[in-house]
Write a protein that binds this ligand. Structure first.
Ligand code: PEP
Ligand code: MN
Length: 357
């Protein structure tokens, strides 16, 4: 599959091209007063792009599903009276058409929609021949191919001002986060498409006000391009996502304290350290190769003596011993366990190959 995206810079009228690109506004457009009140406060604090959900995909029926087209004139008022650009979520071709007719400046595809290729394709078809910036949230499930596929579908429709929004992923056992970040996935997306702007949405990731600042700082430290943050004039009374929304003045406080480190060229000393890392990685590969070779010899022995491939006591012994050793060396025992699980699984694969020869 062709994994190229045809991208243009995410040029937005009147918006300076600097990190972080900030999009803020309430989860949902609830009433004209709530939208205008929030928007004016945000604009007074220098926010340039206003978000609000006009159509809300809710996990279960019965929640507030958005005001729909009734809310579009409120977005137009925001633009006319504050000069901010407006952004909203679209999930169907009808939403696309209504949003474009209302002059919404930026469209985004939500996490429940980007998980469905039929829906994404329907939106892509509705966008053919249109020049509008589109941001694609990661699908709810941690599947980078699905996220990539959604970007490709929208890009194939001719949308070149494209961006991604990382909002975290559903997880069965998350304690701290509403949607754990799994940072390796947006990092992989950046590796695949270095020119693709990736924004972080700490609101849906954390699900809690107090996590917005630390997640935003982490996103900036990892070099991501922008932030989409939910802000409401009366967060406690919000009709959706109340716990994760902050007052415009709190958002201002959070943004003010962010430390933005510039991505300067690697210096000589960092290059020296990287050489050391390369050298160590070479040694690691060498050791792994040797370990696999011994493992294959063991397989030959097991075959000869009619033994099973996996001896669980031996496997547990390795995991426990190395986990404890890792902890002594300042590593997280869970990390060491994961490394050994991966090594063991490759080792088993190679042994099975030998056993069946
Ligand atoms: C939202 O941005 O309000 C929203 C519904 O987010 P997500 O699609 O990330 O759940
Ligand atoms: Mn929300």
């Amino acid at each position: 599959m062709d994994l190229e995206l045809n991208l243009q810079p995410l040029a937005l009228q009147g918006i300076e091209q600097k990190r972080p690109l900030v999009i803020a506004g309430p989860c949902s457009a609830e009433t004209e007063e709530q939208v205008m009140n929030t928007a004016k406060q945000l604009a007074d604090n220098g926010i340039k792009i206003f978000r609000a959900g006009v159509w809300k995909p809710r996990t279960k029926p019965g929640g507030f599903e958005g005001k729909g087209i009734e809310a579009l004139p409120w977005m137009q008022r925001v633009k006319a009276e504050t000069g901010m650009l407006t952004a909203t979520e679209v999930a169907t071709p009808e939403h696309v058409e209504a949003a474009l007719n209302a002059g919404i400046d930026i469209l985004w595809i939500g996490a429940r929609t980007s998980a469905n290729p039929f829906s994404v394709q329907a939106i892509a078809d509705a966008l053919k021949g249109v020049d509008v910036p589109v941001l694609i949230k990661n699908p709810v499930n941690p599947d980078i191919e699905l996220w990539t596929g959604a970007l490709l579908r929208i890009n194939n429709a001719g949308i070149t001002r494209l961006g991604a929004i990382h909002r975290g992923f559903s997880s069965v056992d998350s304690k701290l986060y509403r949607n754990p970040p799994m940072w390796h996935l947006p990092i992989e997306l950046k590796r695949r498409f270095p020119a693709l702007p990736v924004l972080t949405d700490p609101s849906h990731m954390g699900g809690r006000r107090d996590l917005i600042a630390p997640i935003s700082q982490q996103a900036m430290d990892l070099g991501f391009d922008g932030l989409m943050i939910e802000s409401h004039c009366n967060p406690d009374c919000a009709w959706s996502d109340a716990k994760q929304q902050v007052l415009p003045e709190v958002l201002d406080f959070i943004l003010d304290r962010l430390v933005i480190r510039e991505n300067v060229e690697a210096t000589e000393s960092i290059n020296q350290l990287r050489k050391q890392i390369d050298e160590l990685d070479n040694n690691l590969m060498d050791l792994l190769t040797k370990r696999m070779r011994v493992s294959r010899e063991i397989a030959a022995y097991k075959k000869l003596h009619n033994m099973t491939v996996v001896q669980t006591t031996r496997y547990s012994e390795i995991l426990d011993k190395r986990g404890a050793q890792g902890a002594l060396c300042g590593m997280n025992p869970d990390f060491v366990k994961k490394v050994y699980e991966a090594i063991h699984s490759e080792s088993v694969r190679q042994q099975i190959e030998i056993m069946n020869k």
